[in-house]
Design a protein around this ligand. Structure first.
Ligand SMILES: Nc1ncnc2c1ncn2[C@@H]1O[C@H](COP(=O)(O)OP(=O)(O)OP(=O)(O)O)[C@@H](O)[C@H]1O
Length: 579
């Protein structure tokens, strides 16, 4: 258990001293409780046995000193632990988002976004339990019983010996149940992650679900996942209940043991009767921190599982790292060349692309075409350095792209993706994303060039419209034109366009084509082409087939060759494949 918790302690960073102060306050609190209970019991038993008021003065003064401490120390412990916890949580959340940034998007593609959201939000929140409510009680639980056992031992060693077994068994209880506890915690987290991911998936795919009539099936699936979550929660609850019952039994047995031993010692004459209530009260008070820790330890497995997931994200190495800190000196010609590029996702065959060689001259537009799975998107991702090539090289202006820091490389390249994500910030800021310092005039000019100004100004709030308010009211074509406006504004010399596969209506298609023509002008453009109009206006076409370059040439040359391209066009016209 302790080994599983160590990584969490490492997350503390500079805030560890605050937690140390919280822990010291916690220990002080329990010792004050112990002392005031002991002194209180002593005063009462003295009074009952008829001691003179003067003999009680010392005890009463001690109680007077201890009582304010009794109020202040738990407050201090809680305050310091929470301040530390919230600072640590803010740090960890920042580190998780940094890790997403470092790993994106290669790693993110392999994990479902709802699942990742859970890691970023609820797992980090889960850590609050550890830092604000667990660490300090854990240390108190270890130190306070030692103090109580010592005090009892001073009265009579037999009293300490009577109490020790119950305390040891209570301390060992979480460790005994640990294997089940960790398995239940991991299961619970997995089920919550699964349900979150499915819920996000359902919301994102709502249109498809409704139009394909699969809504009921999806609801059944969510209900099934809900049932599995309930089962996991019940298993977790059953184990918690068992732990609770055993804790109560051990506490009662421990107290009875001290009570009996003290009674025997008093009747045997080895312990003064005034110490009898003191011993019993001390024993009862000792259990409080141990029980508190078994209570929080019950949920500790959830914290460990959450911590594990966070550490996995933080420790995953980035798929691509910078090997230089500055770009090659001098002006960089926007000439893109792939030579002998080979790449596979993961380690198992087949390659996604093999021996791919082609180039895009400055200002030229090259259309990448091929059946679904031919390797078009992979080429685009490799050029953006989302992954590094396994063999061969990609160069810009004759320089290997690995000789540019990633930030510099992404300054040179703009991507217009198929599915454009709009953040819920005003449209003007959505367009400004690639160049935050752009003026309003620049944004409007870019939107005009992207044929987006007209529909934006037609909206009630114009450029200040929040996409969230629009819901699904922006069409695919309109979204793409916003992405094109972003690209025009960013003004990078190299452009990668991933054309939308979905059919646009003729008017929208014409507007997008006009926008694309505008953005392609004077830029080196690699376009993953799905539309005939794009393919026809490209300077050259590279046909990919099974991850290899099958043919290169203009539309007319390639049709004349009656090879892979001609076959692809024929299959596209009959609707059997995707270009
Ligand atoms: N993230 C990934 N992990 C594993 N394999 C992948 C991944 N992305 C693509 N592949 C595989 O790599 C090969 C090339 O895929 P790629 O997406 O580049 O093709 P594409 O021509 O762009 O297809 P489409 O037109 O359908 O987008 C395919 O066999 C695909 O299954």
């Amino acid at each position: 258990m302790i080994r599983s918790l160590l990584p969490l302690a490492r997350l503390l960073g500079p805030h560890r001293w605050l937690l140390v102060a919280a822990i010291l306050s916690g220990i002080a609190h329990h010792l004050v409780v112990l002392a005031s209970a002991g002194v209180g019991a002593w005063v009462v038993s003295q009074a009952i046995t008829g001691a003179a008021p003067d003999d009680l003065r010392g005890g009463l003064i001690t109680l007077g000193v201890l009582l304010p401490l009794l109020a202040v120390t738990p407050w201090l412990e809680s305050y310091l632990a929470h301040v530390a916890a919230f600072r640590v949580l803010a740090d960890v959340r920042g580190r998780v988002y940094e890790a997403f940034d470092r790993l994106a998007p290669g790693y993110l593609l392999q994990r479902r976004s709802g699942d990742l959201g859970a890691a970023a939000i609820s797992d980090v929140e889960q850590l609050e339990l550890w830092f604000a409510h667990t660490l300090s009680p854990l240390v108190s639980a270890a130190t306070v019983p030692v103090a109580a056992l010592t005090a009892l031992g001073v009265f009579h060693p037999g009293l300490a010996l009577a109490l020790a077994p119950a305390l040891v068994l209570l301390a060992l209880l979480p460790a005994w149940l640990r294997r089940h506890a960790e398995a239940h915690g991991a299961e619970l987290r997995a089920r919550v992650g699964e349900l979150n991911a499915e819920a996000v998936d359902t919301l994102q795919g709502l249109r498809e679900l409704i139009t394909s009539g699969a809504g009921d099936r999806q609801l059944d699936r969510i209900a099934e996942l809900d049932d599995r979550l309930l089962d996991a929660k019940l298993a977790h609850g059953r184990r918690s209940g068992l732990e609770h019952a055993v804790t109560n039994a051990l506490t009662t047995l421990g107290l009875l043991a001290v009570l009996l031993t003290a009674a025997l010692l008093v009747t045997g004459g080895t312990l003064s009767a005034t110490y009898f209530p003191v011993a019993v009260v001390l024993a009862a008070t000792t259990f409080a921190p141990v029980i508190a820790v078994t209570d929080v330890a019950r949920d500790l497995n959830l914290v460990i599982a959450a911590g594990d997931r966070i550490m996995t994200i933080l420790n995953t190495p980035a798929p691509v790292t910078d090997r230089v800190t500055a770009p090659p000196p001098g002006p960089i010609a926007p000439h893109v060349a792939f030579s002998g590029v080979r790449f596979r996702y993961g380690t198992t065959p087949p390659d996604a692309v093999t021996d791919v060689t082609f180039d895009v001259a400055p200002g030229e537009t090259v259309a990448l075409v091929g059946h679904s799975g031919a390797g078009k998107s992979t080429c685009a991702s490799l050029l953006m350095r989302l992954w590094d090539v396994d063999a061969g090289a990609i160069t810009i202006g004759g320089h290997d792209i690995r000789d540019f820091p990633q930030e510099e490389l992404r300054r040179l390249i703009t991507l217009v993706p198929q599915d454009v994500y709009l953040f819920n910030i005003p449209l003007i800021d959505n367009i400004r994303l690639g160049r935050p310092e752009a003026t309003t005039e620049d944004v409007i000019a870019a939107a005009r060039a992207a044929q987006a100004d007209e529909f934006i100004t037609g909206l009630p709030d114009g450029y200040d419209t929040l996409p969230g308010e629009l819901g699904a009211r922006l069409s695919g074509g309109q979204r793409q034109r916003i992405a094109i406006a972003r690209a025009i504004l960013k003004d990078a010399p190299i452009l990668i366009m991933d054309e939308a596969v979905s059919n646009l209506d003729t008017e929208s298609e014409q507007q997008v084509s006009a926008a694309m023509a505008g953005v392609r002008r004077n830029r080196t453009t690699l376009v993953i082409a799905h539309r005939l109009s794009t393919i026809l206006t490209a300077d050259r076409i590279v046909v990919l087939d099974g991850g290899r370059v099958a043919e290169t040439g203009t539309h007319h040359e390639l049709i004349g060759r009656a090879g892979a391209y001609a076959a692809l066009m024929a299959s596209q016209l009959t609707g059997a494949g995707g270009a």
